[in-house]
Ligand binder design. Structure first.
Ligand SMILES: [Zn+2]
Length: 271
């Protein structure tokens, strides 16, 4: 167990350290990623860890794509491209909970593996959709009303973004299938289907919540809508739509939980 913890911590620290050095993670984000990566390795070994790394590395690479064009969109996003601890836990909180479940109840390993892959597929699908979707030429439409909204608006969808989200979910499902013999419970082909389905379903839930319940604020000084409670000009913003406590991190976490649930459900139904 001690050796396992040491290997997990070393692996997590080296991957998260590279992210920190590149500016993808803040200090707090680094600490949360090391804790998450260690727990995932201890509970799920190389299978879970490499799937988590596939999410992290692909998302970091996509975030740095055409950075210049995205800087102008920074207005819309609550936080910049440097992930803090809350964003790390928004994306990795579900795998962390499933890691705890496996350590307490080892017999749940197979279902937990499906849940981890479904959750990682959902956050990968959502990140790929956001990072690739904003590069598209057409303006996105809100998933609820189909009204055109500015790029980067939470809940906005586009054909390019949907294709990216489908690709992200399949990428995680196929990665997990290739790693099957190292995945606890060895779920087999169902894991690829669970990943693809979890990715699509999780990112749809994410978009729906982003368009409906997520808090949207307005800065009176600059006259713009934002997701920031304190605008980057320093002015305190006021809530104009949605729920104040439903921020982007919570929306991501719920999307990941939905991805995990649908992936586990698929495996149970196919038995
Ligand atoms: Zn302002």
């Amino acid at each position: 167990m001690i050796v396992r913890i040491a290997i997990g911590a070393a692996l997590a620290a080296s991957v998260a350290g590279a992210g920190y050095a590149k500016g993808s993670l803040s200090g707090g984000g680094f600490a949360a990623a090391v804790a998450l990566g260690t727990a995932v390795f201890v509970a799920g070994g190389w299978g879970w860890s490499l799937t988590l790394i596939a999410f992290f590395v692909s998302s970091s690479l996509l975030s740095s794509l055409e950075l210049g064009r995205k800087e102008s969109l920074a207005e819309k996003f609550a936080k910049g491209r440097t992930r803090d601890w809350a964003q790390v836990l928004a994306n990795g909180g579900v795998p962390l909970l499933l890691a705890a479940a496996v350590l307490v109840f080892p017999k749940t390993a197979r279902l937990a593996s499906l849940g981890v892959v479904g959750a990682l597929a959902a956050v990968t699908a959502d990140t790929w959709a956001t990072e690739i979707g904003v590069l598209g030429r057409s303006e996105p439409r809100l998933i609820t009303t189909m009204a055109q909204v500015p790029r980067g608006t939470s809940g906005g969808i586009s054909a390019l973004g949907l294709a990216a989200s489908l690709a992200g979910g399949i990428f995680i499902g196929v990665t997990a299938l290739l790693l099957n013999r190292w995945i606890p419970g060895r779920p087999g082909a169902v894991i690829a289907a669970g990943g693809a389905l979890g990715g699509i379903f999780g990112s749809l839930v994410d978009s729906l919540l982003g368009a409906s319940l997520q808090g949207v604020y307005f800065c009176d000084k600059c006259g713009v809508e934002t997701e920031q409670k304190v605008h980057r000009c320093g002015e305190r913003t006021r809530l104009v739509r949605g729920l104040g406590w439903m921020d982007n991190d919570l929306v991501n976490f719920v999307g990941a939980a939905a991805g995990a649930a649908v992936s586990i459900l698929l495996a149970v139904l196919m038995r």
